[in-house]
Design a protein around this ligand. Structure first.
Ligand SMILES: [Zn+2]
Length: 336
């Protein structure tokens, strides 16, 4: 069997003809297998959705309980058969509930990894290497220049800044699903025990992480009481990046603008966004993690999607691994 007969891109997303299902479809389909809750992968309106408990819950939080006609929960390690195709679910280490989907038929196994990272994350289960014939990898940071530093060091710089500027509010921009909770958990690991203030847009997701046993410490809404502008002096406030451009951010005293993203490796991006303290913290693999993972899977063929495909395809070819870009449309790096 040719791998393309088992899984290939269509305008709705990756499709498995023998199993008659899509993985992370960008348009409504009958049967969708969803790797994780970020909006570009998890969309509302499918007739049937299979995903991990956490991804289903996150979709319900974001889109409402009726986000799909029917849902089916998949656990890590679980193996199911869909129309004669074997499907199994494995942790991807990207955000809470994120999964790789392994699809297998007639001795051919393809792993669709969704978004993934290899380094430890206190808010989700770590990535599992799944040996396969074809590995489908993201390439958000698919250039050798992208090397993410140690995340404890990045949070350490935030802690330093809090000491140096005790009169200034520290506004940390972080995407609402995954990054925000990870940054908060990393701040706790650094020994910070004070209340962390959060933007209303991330309240429900932070509460949900707490419900799933991920301790984020004391959190409170970042609402300013009348005439009490100084209440945020020296405090940490976490909000979605979009909130930083609007009036919300201007309420805080002389804020230090921080942004937690893999893109902060690019100084020009930090400057353009007016970020004073860039924190290079990514939920995607850097170049070394991508190439190491390709090696680890033992795949003889690699399909590269959403991001900088060319460099990774070239790297594979240099290492005698067949590779091609997979032209899937509709995936943005929402989580970065
Ligand atoms: Zn993602």
């Amino acid at each position: 069997m040719k791998p393309e007969a088992l899984l290939h891109p269509t305008e709705k997303g990756l499709y498995c003809p023998p199993g008659d299902f899509h993985i992370d479809p960008v348009r409504p389909v009958d049967r969708a297998l969803i790797t994780h809750g970020h909006a570009d992968h998890a969309r509302a309106g499918h007739a049937h959705v299979m995903a991990t408990r956490e991804t289903l819950d996150i979709m319900a939080i974001r889109y409402g309980e009726d986000f799909a006609g029917a849902t089916q929960e998949a656990a890590y390690g679980e193996v199911v058969t869909i129309n004669g195709v074997t499907v199994s679910w494995h942790p991807a280490g990207h955000v809470l509930g994120s999964a790789q989907v392994a699809v297998e038929k007639d001795g051919m196994r393809i792993v669709a990894s969704g978004d993934y990272k290899r380094r430890p994350d206190p808010t989700c289960t770590g990535f599992d290497v799944v040996p396969c014939d074809v590995f489908i990898t993201e390439a958000t940071f698919g250039l050798p220049v992208f090397t993410h530093p140690d995340d404890a060091g990045e949070v350490g710089r935030l802690m330093e800044s809090l000491k140096r500027f005790p009169e200034r509010a520290h506004l940390v921009g972080a995407y609402a699903l995954g990054k925000a909770q990870r940054v908060i958990a990393l701040i706790r690991q650094a020994g910070y025990t004070e209340t962390i203030f959060i933007h209303g847009a991330m309240e429900k997701l932070c509460t949900y992480y707490g419900d799933r046993g991920i301790d984020l410490g004391p959190l409170a809404p970042a609402t300013i009481e009348k005439g009490a502008k100084d209440q945020f002096a020296g405090k940490v406030i976490v909000g979605p990046p979009s909130a930083f451009a609007d009036r919300w951010a201007r309420r805080f005293p002389d804020p230090v603008a921080c942004f937690a993203s893999g893109w902060m490796r690019v100084r020009q991006r930090a400057r353009q966004r007016g970020v004073e303290l860039p924190l290079i913290i990514s939920d995607h693999s850097d170049w070394d993690e991508l190439t190491q993972t390709i090696r680890d899977t033992g795949a003889s063929e690699v399909w590269v999607t959403h991001g900088r495909e060319e460099a990774l395809v070239r790297w594979c070819e240099l290492h005698q691994i067949r590779a091609r870009p997979l032209n899937l449309v509709g995936y943005e790096d929402e989580a970065e």
